[in-house]
Write a protein that binds this ligand. Structure first.
Ligand code: FES
Length: 361
């Protein structure tokens, strides 16, 4: 007969079979642990092991475990990270702009502010269309507004939602927002380097994380690898130029299509341009699942914490729709104390972003 263990998640106790996966027993016992890939990759199910022993799912150097990989070995005490409650809010499309040939910027005005953490995502349902998941992000220019959320939507041929933007879906269109979701959100208080890796519209959540990281500590060391398909898809160059003004920020723009416009914009894969990682780093990555998995593998091998936000395709349509299956207080902070994204000690952006700037011209 199998041994029974007592597991307590926050204040909720339940009994579980020793040897079984923590996530499975939590969900079976009505404890709603966030999760996503169930493969130890995305980081959505990371919880703190306060007391007890598990087999598997550990992260070297800290007490966080992946509940989807951790097998219960003894009585356990588990703590989850606090995240804002999920809500459903009505809103309307305030503006749709063309950010790149294949990316639309969609501003949604809500009836009241949404509390979320940088890097989290929401489900948007434009009236008459299926719901899609997108990450609200810090504005590419100017300051945030407490009731207006900014989304980056990749346009896909035949996409039920993305191809309707600017056509059937225009300013004024009604929207229902549910969220926030996802656990690849910015963790405050990390003293080491922050490494961000984004592909495509994975830039949106990573831009939120980058902004929060710099607002928390303007002098912090931050490396941001930003990948796009082509030079014309590097729609975020102005935002990157603002970020590159901070003293310890390194931006690595890259495109997958061959280009001869700038040597500063690199080719290859995002993982080709990752800095050497160490256990002192924390890595956040969002975009194509193969890319986020590769980044997570490299981070894991280096003993670095890694939070991934893979944009998993929606089964119903061929439209990935930034379709994350994913899960921060910076907006709360910004709302109460709006801070323009400006460095204390400006430096010349073109040192790090000359390529993108030239490409843009
Ligand atoms: S659900 Fe456990 S790491 Fe993704």
């Amino acid at each position: 007969m199998r041994k029974i263990c007592k597991v307590t998640v926050n204040d909720a106790p339940f009994l579980a079979n020793c040897g079984d996966l923590l996530l499975d027993w939590a969900l079976m016992s009505g404890v709603d642990l966030p999760h996503d890939c169930r493969a130890g990759v995305c980081g959505a199910c990371r919880v703190r092991l306060v007391d007890g022993k598990v087999f598997g799912g550990q992260t070297p150097g800290d007490d966080m475990i992946h509940a989807c990989q951790a097998r219960i070995v003894s009585d356990l005490e588990i703590a989850t990270e606090a995240a804002p409650d999920q809500v459903t809010l009505p809103g309307r499309v305030a503006k749709i702009v063309r950010l790149a040939p294949d990316v639309a910027g969609v501003d949604v005005e809500l009836a009241k502010p949404l509390e979320f953490l940088p890097g989290q995502y929401c489900k948007l349902q434009f009236r008459g269309f299926p719901a899609r998941s997108y990450s609200p992000t810090y504005p590419l220019e100017g300051r945030p507004h407490d009731r207006v959320l900014h989304f980056h939507v990749r346009r896909l041929t035949g996409g039920k939602v993305s191809s309707a933007l600017g056509h059937e879906i225009r300013a004024g269109h009604r929207v229902r927002l549910t969220g926030p979701f996802g656990s690849a959100f910015f963790r405050e208080g990390h003293a080491g380097r922050v490494v961000l890796v984004a592909s495509g519209t994975g830039f949106a959540p990573m831009w939120s994380v980058a902004t929060a990281a710099i607002l928390e500590r303007p002098q912090r060391e931050l490396v941001f690898v930003v990948a796009a398909r082509s030079i014309r898809s590097l729609y975020m160059h102005a935002a990157l130029c603002r970020l590159a003004l901070f003293p310890n920020v390194t931006i690595i723009p890259m495109v997958s299509e061959p280009q001869s416009i700038s040597h500063a914009v690199r080719g290859g894969r995002p993982t080709d341009h990752l800095p050497q990682l160490s256990p002192d780093d924390v890595v956040y990555t969002a975009g194509a699942p193969a890319m986020t998995e590769s980044v997570a593998d490299i981070a894991r091998a280096a003993g670095a914490r890694c939070y991934t936000d893979p944009f998993v395709p929606d089964g119903e349509a061929s439209e990935p729709a930034n379709l994350m299956t994913r899960v921060s207080g910076w907006f709360g902070e910004i709302r109460s104390n709006p801070i323009p994204l400006q460095p204390e000690q400006p430096k010349r952006a073109e040192h790090r972003l000359a390529g993108t700037a030239r490409a843009h011209r």
